[in-house]
Ligand binder design. Structure first.
Ligand SMILES: NC(=O)c1ccc[n+]([C@@H]2O[C@H](COP(=O)([O-])OP(=O)(O)OC[C@H]3O[C@@H](n4cnc5c(N)ncnc54)[C@H](O)[C@@H]3O)[C@@H](O)[C@H]2O)c1
Length: 395
């Protein structure tokens, strides 16, 4: 008797808004997931949009995202736009009844991220934020050690992210919108810090923030023409110290550019053991055995290779896209990435506010101090786009 063939996965129809650098990664990731079809794409740049749609065989093109949202055959809209467009367009996506997959950081300002979070509840839609580092084998291994009690009582963590010279556009890579408060909101601390901070908050079980202090810097010289073109006015280095519930502390150092050798790894310290999460993919575990101090390097890659082949549940957490689609199909429990991204925004915004005010800020103060940077109006080839207000959110 022939075995019953596996049922075809439910088709998920996706549209992309924004067809720039990261949209290519998304299109390739969706292509690897059986049953996902990209139905439509939108960009203000017609030539870019057309080339993108031809490359990925996408049948429908839109310059105006509002026309795309009128389609009733789309379940998910993936927002691949500059940070300060995440809130207005994600809210519009959910208001149009679609689930929303949105790029990181969640928004350019905490208050805008909160609006997105509220909108998901208000419209009863899923909001997923791309937090790529929470799926990797290192994070999975670290979570396993923590869940099995190998660290004991966790009391301190460190989120470090290092680029010696990697400011977008002015140092060569990516577009100029990364560098301006107008489009991006912030620099290194939000752009790359989001990956490292969210990974640690995920490992720590999303502890409640109490207070934070810190500073942001832009000190290193850059190409003057590119500085002028981009209007570079964001931080290249962010430094912070945060206090969480139960005495837990977190120190943060995130660099796009610094005169320094590579930073030490991110860490989690506990009473029974500590872990080091190295940028090269290694995971170190430090503890004691019969009175002797031990140092173990876990074979993360080997275990992950096997798990991803043998364990269907692990595959549901392989990467951001795979997880979002699997959770949408009910194949696994969804990680609350919007909540995790919002927690990350809270501590990042706290560092920025502390830098501005020259003092520590409490978590309770941050929502009131955070100022919206969301773009409300944008020039387009078809006239001025005015984004709808968010009536259900107290600003
Ligand atoms: N570039 C990367 O390596 C990278 C990596 C991870 C995450 N991201 C995130 O992805 C987002 C986008 O970054 P990117 O590098 O792809 O930017 P990009 O500049 O390459 O692409 C953005 C696209 O959005 C289009 N656009 C702007 N306003 C629009 C509107 N109202 N309607 C439709 N299209 C519009 C632009 O024409 C452009 O093509 C950012 O939030 C960034 O943080 C980027």
């Amino acid at each position: 008797m022939n075995p019953t063939p596996p049922a075809a996965p439910r088709e998920i129809r996706v549209a992309l808004i924004g067809t720039g650098v990261i949209a290519h990664t998304h299109a390739r990731d969706y292509a690897r997931i059986p049953g996902v079809t990209i139905v439509a794409a939108c960009d203000l740049n017609e030539a870019k949009l057309d080339a993108f749609c031809r490359q990925y065989d996408i049948p429908h093109q839109y310059l105006d995202y509002r026309r795309l949202l009128e389609r009733d055959d789309i379940e998910v809209v993936d927002v691949c736009l500059h940070n300060n467009l995440h809130a207005p367009i994600s809210v519009a996506v959910m208001a149009a009844g679609k689930h929303c997959y949105c790029e990181k950081p969640m928004a350019g300002a905490y208050t805008d991220a909160l609006a997105m979070h509220d909108a998901a509840r208000h419209y009863n839609r899923r909001l997923h934020i791309q937090l790529g580092m929470i799926y990797g084998g290192q994070t999975h291994a670290a979570r396993t050690l923590i869940a099995n009690g190998r660290l004991g009582r966790i009391y301190h963590a460190r989120s470090y992210g290092y680029r010696r010279r990697g400011r977008p556009y002015v140092d060569g890579y990516a577009e100029k919108e990364f560098d301006s408060t107008h489009w991006a909101g912030h620099g290194a601390l939000y752009d790359m810090g989001v990956y490292h901070i969210s990974r640690l908050l995920y490992l720590l079980g999303r502890p409640r923030l109490e207070s934070v202090s810190g500073a942001v810097y832009q000190e290193l010289a850059m190409d003057p023409e590119r500085r002028a073109e981009s209007g570079f006015d964001v931080e290249e280095l962010g430094v912070g110290f945060a206090k969480y519930e139960n005495g837990l502390t977190l120190d943060i150092l995130e660099s796009w550019a610094v005169h320094a050798s590579a930073f030490p790894p991110s860490v989690v310290y506990g009473s029974e053991g500590g872990i080091e999460i190295s940028a090269d993919g290694r995971l170190g575990y430090y503890s004691e055995l019969d009175g002797y101090m031990t140092e173990t390097t876990l074979d993360v890659a080997g275990k992950d290779y096997r798990d991803l082949r043998f364990d269907p549940l692990r595959r549901c957490y392989e990467n951001s896209q795979a997880h979002f689609i699997a959770a949408l199909r009910g194949e696994c429990e969804a990680i609350d990435t919007a909540g995790l991204a919002l927690d990350t925004m809270l501590v990042s915004e706290g560092i920025f506010l502390s830098s501005q005010l020259g003092r520590e800020v409490t978590a309770d103060e941050i929502p009131g101090l955070s100022r919206s940077l969301a773009i409300r109006e944008q020039e387009t080839p078809f006239g001025n786009l005015v984004y709808p207000p968010w009536p259900f959110i107290s600003e």
